[in-house]
Design a protein around this ligand. Structure first.
Ligand code: ADP
Ligand code: MG
Length: 554
């Protein structure tokens, strides 16, 4: 097939423009990105070869080979991984497949000062253009006959042509370095970059020698990071691993590295991010945990490994207890995996409990980032509900910060027998709603629940500490039983007013005017400054939930 010219997707062109023109100080991360991709490609072929050993061809082991050529001013990164077919090349290196990246590019464009964020975010393969004026990718997909060659100068277009010289399987990337970027040809510099960013990569990263009489050098430890003793892993190595495995670029908020022995044997290295991924609420979001069996990568799309309310976790689980040739179908309803899952959940919740007790402020930052997802567990995970509800935090009329239900109950007024809540879209507006005036006046705390998920868990969780949850937007949520704040006399004025002829006349007038728009009109002691408020009848659906369902035509 002849050479074909193709245009980059518009977002890619914009991204490349930003990449090439930003005076980005940490250009060196391009090597981290390319090695990370090469390592992923080896993982994927290793898995495919479990059932199709012939895909490995002559190769006995995986390697990522680097070669610097000062004469040609090229740096080559080659792997013997899965490789790419023609369509893979076009899809992977011509578009931005990951929605997060597309959203990030939009963000960058709206605020140009954001370009300094590129390094933190990482732009994957496209970071090659930070140092290269021309990039050639020569690749052959394991098991396919044709090889392909992708070339581009990063200026809006790329070309694809058949390539007889492509590796037997895997990918070779040749970077023609820009003037001024010759430092990336220096073996010392290359060694230093690999040591900094890629030491945790399990595949050997080999720098090819330039001299006949000098051997090639392996630049990394080349063992899976999670198998190493904790004492030998630095904070930096953990962080680089987290970025590689999670395709993330923030600081991890929490790290868990553990080994379970006994009936089930597995190792986990899990992280909770400090920032919210763009696709946290996308329905097709994959779980963030990679499953390995005896150091062999199996899948990063195993929904059996963790419940979806913990989908913000990143990392790996490596187990000895599944067969190596476990198919993805076999993972479903697998009893061993189910046991690992419940052990993981317990461990994660246990860690969160410790954090909540020891570092409430740090815990609050976690809660503000992932609380809305976490609360899904209140109705999804019956078994853990008691633990989850203790870990939940809420805004309330008590003040600025977050409160736990234990806090709330401890502050309940004498005579108060329910936990009062109000749900709605905007916490500021909730705090000002007329329905809560009377509660605030009496010093009764109301939980301000502003996440869509709140309406749903409230229907599933009847009470906490034997105190039922009660919406202040219900007619029955009256305050009669709650004692007045100390010093205030119980007065009869409210009662007598309830039955005054003037009030009766007013109610009759309002009822006539509104007709069927309302079910009833009642006098209320709950208002202090607002003249009226809407409430739902006891036994009817909560007002906010009703509105949500109506929006969805239900
Ligand atoms: P990410 O690694 O986060 O998916 P990248 O921009 O780094 O994003 O890479 C885009 C895609 O290109 C990868 O997901 C992969 O499918 C493909 N790819 C990149 N490098 C290689 C490689 N060396 N071998 C095989 N596929 C690759
Ligand atoms: Mg990548």
């Amino acid at each position: 097939m002849a050479q074909e010219e193709m245009q980059f997707q518009a977002e890619v062109s914009r991204l490349l423009d930003i990449v090439a023109h930003s005076l980005y100080s940490e250009k060196e991360i391009f090597l981290r990105e390319l090695i990370s991709n090469a390592s992923d490609a080896c993982d994927r072929l290793r898995y495919a070869a479990l059932t199709q050993p012939e895909l490995m061809g002559e190769d006995g082991s995986f390697a990522i080979r680097l070669k610097a050529d000062p004469g040609a001013k090229t740096l080559t990164i080659a792997d013997n991984g899965i490789g790419m077919g023609r369509q893979d090349l076009i899809d992977n290196l011509g578009t931005i497949a990951r929605s997060g990246t597309a959203a990030f590019v939009e963000q960058l464009e709206s605020k140009p000062e954001g370009t300094s964020l590129i390094g933190q975010f990482g732009v994957g393969f496209y970071s090659a253009f930070m140092v290269a004026k021309q990039v050639e990718v020569s690749t052959r997909k394991a098991g396919e006959a044709e090889g392909w060659r992708w070339t581009s100068d990063g200026q809006g277009a790329f070309s694809v042509a058949e390539d007889g010289e492509a590796p037997a399987h895997g990918t070779r990337i040749v970077l023609h370095l820009r003037d001024g970027d010759e430092e990336y040809l220096d073996p010392m510099r290359i060694r230093q970059i690999v040591a900094t960013y890629s030491d945790h990569i399990a595949v050997p990263v080999i720098l090819e020698s330039r001299k006949e009489d000098e051997p090639d050098q392996t630049l990394n430890a080349a063992s899976a990071l999670w198998t190493r003793p904790k004492s030998e892993i630095t904070e930096e190595q953990y962080k680089e691993f987290y970025h590689h495995v999670g395709h993330t670029f923030d600081e991890p908020w929490l790290r868990l590295h553990f080994k379970a022995e006994g009936v089930l044997e597995y190792t986990g290295l899990l992280f909770i991010p400090s920032t919210k991924p763009f696709d946290l609420f996308h329905p097709d979001r994959k779980t963030g945990i990679k499953l390995y069996v005896k150091r062999v990568f199996i899948t990063d799309d195993c929904s059996e490994l963790l419940p979806s309310y913990l989908r913000f976790l990143r990392g790996i689980v490596d187990t000895e207890d599944l067969p190596l040739n476990v198919s993805r179908e076999l993972l479903q309803n697998n009893p061993r995996l189910a046991k690992i899952r419940s052990a993981l959940v317990k461990r994660v919740l246990g860690e969160l409990k410790k954090k909540a007790a020891k570092a409430p402020e740090e815990y609050a930052t976690f809660w503000n980032t992932f609380g809305a997802v976490f609360k899904e567990g209140l109705y999804e995970d019956q078994a853990q509900r008691d633990t989850l509800i203790e870990l939940a935090r809420f805004r309330s009329t008590a003040g600025e910060g977050l409160v736990s239900l234990a806090d709330y109950v401890a502050r309940m007024k004498p005579g108060q027998d329910a936990i009062y809540t109000i749900t709605g879209g905007d916490p500021e507006a909730l705090a000002k709603s007329p329905q809560i005036e009377g509660f605030v006046a009496k010093g009764v705390e109301v939980l301000l629940l502003s996440d869509p998920v709140d309406d749903f868990w409230l229907t599933a969780v009847p009470d906490y500490d034997a105190k039922p949850f009660k919406s202040v937007t219900r007619g029955g949520a009256d305050l009669d039983k709650v004692a007045k704040p100390e010093g205030e006399e119980e007065s009869d004025t409210e009662k007598s007013e309830d039955s005054s002829p003037a009030l009766d006349a007013l109610i009759a007038f309002v009822k006539l005017t509104l007709k069927d728009a309302v079910k009833d009109v009642r006098p209320s002691g709950r208002l202090t400054s607002s003249p009226v408020c809407l409430v739902a009848d006891e036994g009817d659906m909560d007002m906010h939930l009703e509105r949500l369902l109506k929006q969805q035509n239900q």
